[in-house]
Design a binder for this molecule. Structure first.
Ligand code: ADP
Length: 195
């Protein structure tokens, strides 16, 4: 089934994108949500927005974010929880990022009698990732794309987020895609994985 037909049939889709920093999750999520009219829920974007507005949550999150560390689970869960009650047709990007967050998401969804439709894992190679993140720093100037913060985020990914992939694998819920190469190439493989 093509994406257009998925949209036409009005199928509810709750999709999680998993993968290391710089794997292209945000880029692909933005393209897909534009095309399908789905919601794109990115906890990274939500945190950057809180920081830009200088809210209490933003100021607290900044002390972790700038160093490339994860913002504590309770903070992120508080921030996103109220959005989960109404989550049809949504792509979750950057959440869950720890096993605690993944278990909380399962609990919240089961309360409203739904479950995830797809968990897409973006498989990439670390060398290419570091290059991509360095390029992004030149273009977007994100503080957490500084070399030291990049290294930190990779460590944090391996320690905290890689186990989330295993958490979903245990239940056979993961579809893996090759996220190397061009944006268009990844998009095609992603479309196939979702349809
Ligand atoms: P990337 O995938 O390139 O790391 P994101 O925008 O998803 O970019 O995340 C940037 C930063 O935001 C993370 O390093 C972390 O500090 C914070 N963050 C985003 N999502 C979460 C989350 N679910 N739990 C904890 N921290 C998060």
């Amino acid at each position: 089934m093509t994406l257009a037909r998925i949209a036409l049939k009005g199928l509810a889709l709750r999709i999680v994108f998993l993968g290391p920093p710089g794997a292209g999750k945000g880029t692909q999520a933005a393209m897909l949500t534009d095309e399908l009219g789905y919601q794109h829920l990115s906890t990274g974007d939500m945190i950057r927005d809180e920081m830009a507005r200088g809210t209490e949550l933003g100021q607290f999150a900044k002390t972790f974010y700038d160093k490339g560390n994860l913002v504590p689970d309770e903070t992120v869960i508080d921030m996103i929880k109220f959005r989960l009650a109404d989550i049809e047709d949504v792509i979750l990007d950057g959440f869950p990022r720890t096993v605690v967050q993944a278990a909380t998401l399962d609990d919240e969804l089961s309360k409203i009698g739904v479950s995830l439709d797809r968990v897409i894992f973006f498989r990439v190679d670390v060398e290419e990732l570091v290059e991509r993140l360095e390029k992004r720093r030149e273009i977007e100037g994100r503080v957490d794309d500084e070399p030291e913060a990049i290294r930190r985020r990779m460590d944090v990914y391996n320690r905290e987020t890689a186990p989330v992939v295993d958490y979903y694998r245990d239940n056979d819920r993961v579809t893996e895609i090759d996220a190397l190469g061009t944006i268009e190439g990844v998009r095609e493989r992603l479309t196939e994985a979702i349809a």
